[in-house]
Design a protein around this ligand. Structure first.
Ligand SMILES: *[C@@H]1O[C@H](CO)[C@@H](O)[C@H](O)[C@H]1NC(C)=O
Ligand SMILES: *[C@@H]1O[C@H](CO)[C@@H](O)[C@H](O)[C@H]1NC(C)=O
Length: 199
């Protein structure tokens, strides 16, 4: 940035209508000081403009914001969930930037960028469940867990990196092909997302 300012000032100096040529610099000492004073005044004037230019440029650069959340399903079991039903992760562990809305279960993309999302699902005993990560109603990935013939609960996590536009909505839903199977909550089913880089 320092070099940029020096370069800009040098450029402004060279392009200014006051130059160091023989004709404009008077021979006497006092006259020379007048010229130098004029140049300094011009630089000072232009410097303000450089500042404005710098501000304008900085407005174009995406601001470094911190966006990230983790939320868990607190209920022991989430019963009778419907096809496509949004999972509301009600226990908010963190919500930096407040882009995750626990009452709807939706993460609203605040600015365009590269985001990372991670979903952990845990099945209830003797149940099968498939969760989907949704972006604007479009399924991005599935997690399928089948505990029907097992004596224990299963857990799985998937993590994806996605490039998203401001205004998109991201949520976790029951799949469109599995109906009322339960999910085991108890903080073992969770949703995490964060902004990696603004674009
Ligand atoms: C497994 O799931 C069932 C049903 O949700 C639950 O009652 C049980 O506590 C779970 N077991 C473990 C070890 O979390
Ligand atoms: C669930 O979503 C799928 C795909 O969009 C759709 O075909 C289906 O009708 C939906 N089911 C319900 C119950 O809304």
């Amino acid at each position: 940035m320092t070099y940029f300012i020096i370069f800009t000032l040098a450029f402004l100096l060279l392009s200014t209508d006051v130059n160091f040529g023989q004709k404009t610099v008077p021979e006497d000492g006092d006259g020379r000081y007048d010229v130098i004073e004029k140049i300094i005044k011009k630089i000072c004037k232009k410097k303000i403009k450089v500042g404005t230019l710098k501000q304008k440029l900085e407005e174009q650069i995406p601001t470094a914001r911190t966006i990230g959340f983790t939320a868990e399903a607190s209920a022991m079991n989430l019963h009778y969930l419907d096809e496509n039903q949004t999972i509301k992760f009600d226990r908010v562990v963190s919500n930096i930037g407040n882009a995750y809305h626990p009452h709807t279960g939706i993460f609203g993309v605040p600015n365009s960028g590269v985001f990372v999302f991670s979903v952990t699902a845990t099945s209830s005993l003797n149940k099968e469940v498939t969760l989907q990560l949704m972006v604007d109603g479009r399924p991005i990935f599935n997690i399928n867990l089948d505990s029907r013939d097992k004596r224990w609960n299963n857990s799985a996590t998937k993590t994806y990196v996605l490039q998203l536009s401001a205004g998109s909505d991201v949520w976790v839903a029951m799949s469109d092909w599995h109906g009322n199977d339960d999910i085991h909550g108890n903080m073992l089913t969770s949703f995490t997302g964060f902004l990696l880089q603004s674009t």
